[in-house]
Design a protein around this ligand. Structure first.
Ligand SMILES: C[S@@+](CC[C@H](N)C(=O)[O-])C[C@H]1O[C@@H](n2cnc3c(N)ncnc32)[C@H](O)[C@@H]1O
Ligand code: SF4
Ligand code: SF4
Length: 496
């Protein structure tokens, strides 16, 4: 394939990037002028045309390219160009995080290690009540425990959940779903019984086969891996009749296929392969030696993900037990779904905007759990939360949330010129902030996003059944049904 525009990682720390810190108020920002149509030619005489600011696209014979250009300018083909809906998420994910952990993962963005003070069960329960009382009644709320390793505080979590369940009105209880993201190692029969009793959505991190997992996820201050223990605890969950999902963090591009094969070989069909992000210990600690390589290998990571997509298409064409991999499924949805349901591929993203919020180990409030490492991005301190009569007012008054609402592709120089801006939405706010130190810079993985989105568009053209198959649907599923994720998938990307 020949590409008419260079596709490179743009280093926003250079020339035009805003200074570190918070930018101008959004109402004083001028959008950058939109770019021309993007065209990518293939050696077989086919061409992909994208109209970047609307997200309309067309693929066809190069002899008909004029017609294609007209189409993307004037006619909707598959993608309805809609500004991402911002406030109407059906589920909000409120993540409660501790900071301590029993593992020492090389890349940990939470930089979790030894014991820190944590909220009491009573305090967490009162936060549940405050959050519920101040967000619209129609919205479901997932209270998700993460960290650090949340199960190091199992007794506190149990107290908070039991207390809330006892105190809450039935209507409040119905709005709540429980979730946990854990490294799995502290799970016991008692913990599994608790998950069952309260209907927890359980997500356990495992990075694939032992040689990969143990390299990434050793026991804290030890060279001993944690793989065997995690698999043992997954079996324990199964023996209690509990289902679970997994997140596999993909550090090296060549880890992806062995991890995919491992998970599928274990009979797991709901997969989530998340590429490494440049945040926390991955930048500051042991993993940091890989920073340059990370930026240099973005294309390779994308082609490995596309190779995995091809395997899923092939498998799902002939099998009833369909495989769904959430990174690919989220990207497919962002190409075909006008509503752009996944909060992390939107600009502005769902953080603090009705899709997500984070609470740290001291009770301070943040727009997202991945931002709790940045005190300057707090929505409110624990003391303000304690003294607030109108909790929602803290959100309305937040200077940080106002800035975040302006993080749109047309306000970021690199994104405003990028052909996948309507699909990528400028990428993850937290990682961008972590790498560039401001809220008006692009993602840390532009080359990866561009190559992945383009690769999927070509697959939709070459194999018209590829989109439903990648969403785990039958190949004959009608187009109007393609982009219907469950409410949890909409807000968690399928992690729960
Ligand atoms: C921070 S951990 C907290 C919960 C729990 N301790 C666990 O490991 O699942 C949540 C998830 O983030 C992933 N993660 C941590 N650092 C990451 C990074 N730099 N890039 C991508 N994922 C990362 C972990 O592998 C895990 O799946
Ligand atoms: S990724 Fe999870 S298990 Fe690993 S160090 Fe971080 S918090 Fe602990
Ligand atoms: S829209 Fe996405 S891929 Fe394009 S420049 Fe912005 S962050 Fe990078």
């Amino acid at each position: 394939m020949t590409v008419s525009q260079p596709v490179t990682f743009v280093d926003a720390a250079a020339a035009d990037a805003p200074a570190r810190g918070l930018p101008l108020a959004p109402e004083h920002e001028q959008p950058f002028a939109p770019p021309e149509l993007y065209e990518s030619w293939r050696s077989d005489g086919k061409v992909l045309v994208i109209d970047p600011p609307s997200g309309r696209w067309w693929i066809g014979q190069s002899s008909r390219v004029e017609q294609g250009r007209d189409k993307v300018r004037h006619v909707n083909t598959l993608t309805e160009p809609v500004d991402p809906a911002y406030e109407d998420y059906p589920v909000m994910l409120a993540v409660i995080k501790n900071k301590d952990c029993n593992l020492g993962c090389t890349y940990c963005f939470a930089e979790a290690d030894t014991t820190r003070a944590y909220l009491t069960g009573e305090k967490i329960c009162s936060l549940f009540h405050q959050i519920l009382a101040n967000f619209p009644n129609k919205q479901k709320i997932v209270f998700l425990f993460s960290g650090g390793e949340p199960l190091l505080h199992f007794k506190t979590i149990r107290e908070a959940v039991a207390r809330f369940t006892e105190e809450a009105e039935p209507a409040q209880r119905e709005r709540v779903m429980w979730g946990i993201m854990t490294n799995g190692t502290p799970i016991t029969d008692e913990v599994a019984g608790f998950f069952r009793e309260y209907g927890f959505n359980v997500c356990v991190s495992i990075d694939g086969p032992p040689e990969i997992h143990d390299r990434n996820r050793p026991v804290l201050n030890s060279s001993r891996g944690s793989h065997a223990k995690v698999e043992e605890k997954l079996e324990l969950l199964t023996s209690h009749g509990l289902s679970y999902s997994n997140i596999c963090t993909i550090v090296e591009p060549e880890d992806l296929m062995p991890t995919f094969d491992y998970q599928v070989g274990k009979g797991r069909r709901n997969l989530y392969m998340r590429p490494l992000r440049m945040q926390g210990r991955q930048i500051s600690g042991e993993g940091s030696s890989a920073v340059e390589e990370y930026f240099d290998t973005q294309h390779v990571m994308a082609s490995e993900f596309l190779r995995m997509a091809d395997r899923i298409i092939e498998y799902n064409r002939t099998h009833d037990d369909k495989i769904v991999e959430q990174t690919i499924a989220n990207h497919v949805r962002h190409l075909i779904d006008p509503k752009k349901t996944f909060m992390c591929l939107k600009g502005p993203c769902g953080a603090g905007a009705g899709a997500k919020m984070g609470v740290d180990w001291e009770g301070n409030l943040y727009p997202c759990d991945t931002l709790v490492e940045f005190p300057e991005l707090q929505i409110a301190s624990a003391t303000q939360v304690d003294h607030s009569r109108d909790f929602a007012q803290l959100f309305r008054d937040s200077h940080v949330l106002k800035q975040m609402s302006g993080r749109r592709p047309e306000h970021i120089r690199e994104c405003s010129q990028c052909h996948v801006q309507k699909f990528c939405g400028s990428g993850c706010t937290a990682t961008s902030y972590s790498v560039h130190g401001n809220l008006r810079s692009p993602s840390d993985r532009c080359d990866y996003e561009r190559a992945l989105f383009e690769g999927l568009l070509w697959r939709f053209y070459d194999q018209p059944d590829s989109a439903p198959l990648l969403l785990g649907m039958e190949r004959s599923t009608k187009r109007s049904q393609w982009a219907r994720p469950s409410v949890l998938e909409m807000c968690t990307g399928g992690a729960l």
